[in-house]
Design a protein around this ligand. Structure first.
Ligand code: 6PG
Length: 482
């Protein structure tokens, strides 16, 4: 009997996905670069299950039913290209290669073109949920060769997380790199959510001088309301976790954040597509700044800052903090979906934003009740120009605005950084300001570079140049409207 699907790469995500698919009744062939790892898996967690291991790639590939479906769960980058080269001699036309790692969407587009030239099909899929999600049901975001999708759909739909209404957290995203792009933006949003939560924690710990127990209770409470989400839930757990000496473990963890790069890619993409993604960008830079631990320690001793203690009403500001966090979160997702929209329009992906919000409701790291609201907004209006123009988000952000301002003012006066919350209010104020000082900026560009400007008393698209100094002349440069 041939196997339904082959999985290459038995690191934690690979192993857990294999066990997940086997538990849904699919027979799985597995391959790992080092065979000892395969043997350990077969005699350990895979024992007694519909899972067969292979030492040679050829045997692994030949054990699969046609068209063959091979899911690579490898480290992103070169290992994926190298493994594709190793697979190629054993594949037949129509076979399907799937990349389930955190690959860069540019690589996915290149790999799809490369394999399709050879008569093969390629799917680049985002898989989110960490090791537990992979085992129990992740959120799955596939894209690439559409003709391959019907062959993969039954396996992925069964393996993905299910939400309360029974729907599966997996949907076809679009052609080319759409799946990996959506996963990348998911990770960018994840960075933003995490930094926002850390800022709220910092506020409680340093400005309000709250005890670990008090902070824990706030996260527990927040998880019962509109902020309810996996990341708030694990934060509540983390803040209650005690080290062997009975003190909170979190307080002993070095404050220098790591990152594998998907947040940085999201910010790069935002720059490429010309989309303001300030909140998520600040979350990436926040991690960078945190990693300069020694420099910060030295600077903390040398640079004086005016720090005043909080003197307002603690209960009131705590209420504000929850609303501020929710408001900033809405703004972050607005920016993230703005990036999805820009990429979809420019690359012709036709992304379905309601589906994206729906498949993020379960299994993935950013899962939350709030994603239902986004799905509703885009179901009502697929062409919504900006999420904040949806009536629910408009009303909620308008309501949260005063809290966001009060929290930021308190933080600024106390000398405690809240870069993501601040980026949030600045974006909101920029968006809701009909007039911005870019008139002056355009004048400056025209002054030193003859880049020309449009006038408010003339039609858009009509360009003017002024010889500001009398010595610049009439020759103009290009207008660059984007
Ligand atoms: C997920 C996570 C996952 C992973 C990231 C985190 O959706 O399951 O996002 O992809 O945890 O690699 O990346 P950083 O190391 O950059 O925080």
């Amino acid at each position: 009997m041939k196997h339904t699907i082959g999985v290459a790469g038995l690191a934690v995500m690979g192993e857990n996905l294999v066990l997940n698919m086997a538990s849904k009744g699919f027979s799985v062939a597995v391959y790992n670069r080092t065979y000892e790892k395969t043997e350990r898996f077969l005699s350990g967690r895979a024992e007694g299950k519909e899972i067969t291991g292979f030492q040679e790639i050829k045997d692994f590939v030949q054990s699969l039913e046609s068209p063959r479906k091979i899911l690579m769960m490898l480290k992103a980058g070169n290992p994926v290209d190298q493994f594709i080269e190793q697979l190629l001699p054993h594949l037949e036309k129509g076979d399907i290669v799937i990349d389930g790692g955190n690959s860069n969407y540019h690589d996915t587009i290149r790999r799809q073109n490369y394999l399709e030239e050879k008569g093969l099909r390629f799917i680049g899929t985002g898989v989110s949920g960490g090791e537990e999600g992979a085992l129990k049901g992740p959120s799955i975001m596939p894209g690439g060769s559409l003709e391959a999708w019907p062959f993969i759909e039954p396996v992925f739909t069964a393996a993905a997380a299910k939400v309360e209404d029974g729907s599966s957290c997996c949907a076809w995203m679009g052609p080319g790199g759409a799946g990996h792009f959506v996963k990348m933006v998911h990770n960018g949003i994840e960075y933003g959510d995490m930094q926002l939560i850390c800022e709220a924690y910092h506020f409680m710990k340093v400005i309000l001088q709250m005890s670990p127990d008090e902070i824990h209770s706030v996260f527990v409470r927040w998880n019962e309301g509109e902020l309810s989400s996996y990341l708030i839930e694990i934060t509540a757990d983390i803040t209650a976790y005690l080290d062997t000496d009975g003190n909170p473990l979190v307080d002993k963890i070095l404050d220098a954040a790591g990152q594998k790069g998907t947040g940085k890619w999201t910010v790069n993409a935002a720059l490429d597509f010309g989309v303001p993604l300030s909140l998520i960008s600040e979350s990436v830079f926040g991690r960078c700044l945190s990693s300069f631990k020694d420099l910060r320690v030295a600077a903390s001793e040398q640079i004086q800052g005016k720090v005043s203690a909080f003197e307002g009403n603690k209960e009131e500001i705590l209420k504000d903090l929850g609303s501020a966090l929710y408001g900033a979160k809405i703004i972050s997702y607005t920016q993230g979906f703005g990036l999805l929209q820009a990429a979809s329009e420019e690359l012709g992906w036709d992304l379905n934003y309601a589906d994206i919000a729906r498949i993020w409701r379960g299994g993935c790291i950013i899962r939350s009740v709030f994603l239902d609201r986004i799905a509703d907004a885009y179901t009502k209006d697929m062409k919504l120009a900006n999420m904040l123009l949806d009536p629910y988000f408009n009303t909620t952000v308008t309501g949260a605005q005063a809290s966001l301002r009060r929290v930021i003012v308190a933080a600024v006066m106390a000398g405690v950084p809240m870069p993501c919350h601040s980026a949030g209010i600045n974006y909101l104020d920029g968006l809701r300001t009909a007039y911005l000082p870019a008139n002056l900026l355009q004048a400056q560009r025209d002054y030193f570079g003859a880049h020309m400007y449009e006038r408010i008393d003339k039609a858009r698209g009509e360009w003017f140049h002024t010889n500001w100094t009398g010595t610049g002349g009439d020759t103009t440069s290009t207008a660059y409207s984007k």
